[in-house]
Design a protein. Sequence first.
Length: 146
Amino acid sequence: RQVLVLNGPNLGRLGSREPDVYGSSTFEDLVELCRSAGREVGLSVEVRQTDDEAELVKWVHEAADARIPVVLNPAAFTHYSYALRDALAQRTAPLVEVHISNPAAREEFRHTSVVAGVATGTIAGFGLYSYVLALHAIARLLREEG
Ligand code: DQA
């Protein structure tokens, strides 16, 4: 079964971007990690990243129309994009919100997620392993659905 792993702004710069917060692994490392974690649980994982809100919204529409489960790191859009939230509200397949860092332990503006209320659940604070946990959660949900 297909799963989309969607990433918002600045996540393409993993590895060089604030490594004290986000670690030294690159976006390419993240792509590999997600693909191999997917393979282990029988999911075909496609990883995408964009800095563009409109493009991210378009991908969410695509996932909604095809009922494709989504792992989403909305990055800074997490905290203010009602357009993204409204797009996500249209899907019916599982959605796991992920964060590399733990936004609740950081600046005040990161404590609000406008996405969390339309997600199946949220995983944050485990570095890139947050994505692995999210893929395991989706595999389990799909098994339960049968
Ligand atoms: C992030 C947390 C956000 O607050 C931040 O804007 C990001 C990354 C994370 O994965 O920890 O870009 O989503």
